[in-house]
Design a protein around this ligand. Structure first.
Ligand code: SF4
Length: 188
């Protein structure tokens, strides 16, 4: 465990020095992700927003506060899960990361997944779902439906930021998180 924690720290240091894509030029700081070593559940979003860029921590803005409440629906605390993003630097104006930016940053995410080896990987929104599960997936069709692959269970979910602007998506997310909670309990 100590070794994994040290390797995650080393990776965060490498990310902090990274200039492999254009997002390095506009970031305040990198946002590598955070959570406990040994987390059964990993959450992967799209990219840091303004508050995350300023604080260096993932999901601390309005979407993050909603995410914390949604995790409770699944019987989880934030401190139970490792949270990160496809890209570790904020895309200007919160635009969707470009394919070459996601590709440049992907080795960091792959290294985090390999080090943490979570049982469940929740994919928040379309870009994360398409990048890690199925490049043709429509989040409106696959949300909440777990898919087991390579010893991990991928659970695509709507991104909490989308639910901030559309109340019906918030209800869907609550239902999906409750199903995730059932899945987690049945896998104990
Ligand atoms: S987004 Fe990723 S690849 Fe691009 S500069 Fe930041 S850490 Fe490096």
């Amino acid at each position: 465990m100590d070794d994994v924690a040290a390797m995650l720290d080393e990776l965060a240091g490498e990310i902090a020095r990274c200039d492999k894509c254009r997002l390095a030029a506009t970031r305040t700081q990198t946002v590598p992700g955070e959570g406990p070593v040994g987390a059964r559940v990993m959450l992967i979003g799209e990219g840091p927003g303004e508050q995350e860029d300023l604080s260096g921590r993932p999901f601390v803005g309005a979407a993050g506060q909603l995410l914390t409440r949604l995790l409770h629906e699944a019987g989880l605390e934030r401190s139970d899960v490792f949270i990160t993003n496809l890209v570790k630097c904020r895309p200007p104006g919160n635009r969707v990361p470009a394919p070459d930016e996601m590709a440049a940053c992907r080795p960091y995410l792959d290294a985090q997944i390999a080090l943490l080896n979570p049982r469940f990987v929740c994919l928040l929104g379309r870009p994360a779902t398409q990048a890690l599960m199925d490049p043709t997936a429509a989040i409106s069709k696959v949300h909440g439906v777990p898919q087991e692959r390579d010893g991990m269970v991928y659970v695509p979910l709507y991104h909490p930021a989308a639910a901030l602007h559309q109340a019906s998506l918030a209800d869907t997310l609550v239902a999906d998180m409750r199903r995730l909670g059932q899945l987690l309990r049945s896998a104990l």
